[in-house]
Unconditional design. Structure first.
Length: 73
């Protein structure tokens, strides 16, 4: 039988600790539900985002600037 996996919803700004690494999501403003992923090991903070939109379009949750050491887009 194949493993069905595990998933859970997480709100913007809510933290999860995964193997000692803090993971959280922040709005990217690109499309409805889009998110930037913030990853921190306590020494460095990485922010990963595909597309993002810095102007509020009135439809999506607006982009949120997140302080980080490294930004990958």
């Amino acid at each position: 039988m194949q493993d069905q996996g595990y998933f859970e919803g997480i709100s913007y700004g809510e933290n999860r600790l995964i193997n000692g690494v803090e993971v959280s999501f922040f709005p990217a403003g690109h499309i409805i539900g889009s998110a930037q992923i913030r990853i921190s090991d306590g020494k460095q903070v990485w922010l990963i985002s595909g597309d993002y939109k810095t102007s509020d379009d009135g439809l999506t949750v607006p982009y949120e600037a997140v302080e980080c050491s490294h930004f990958v887009t």
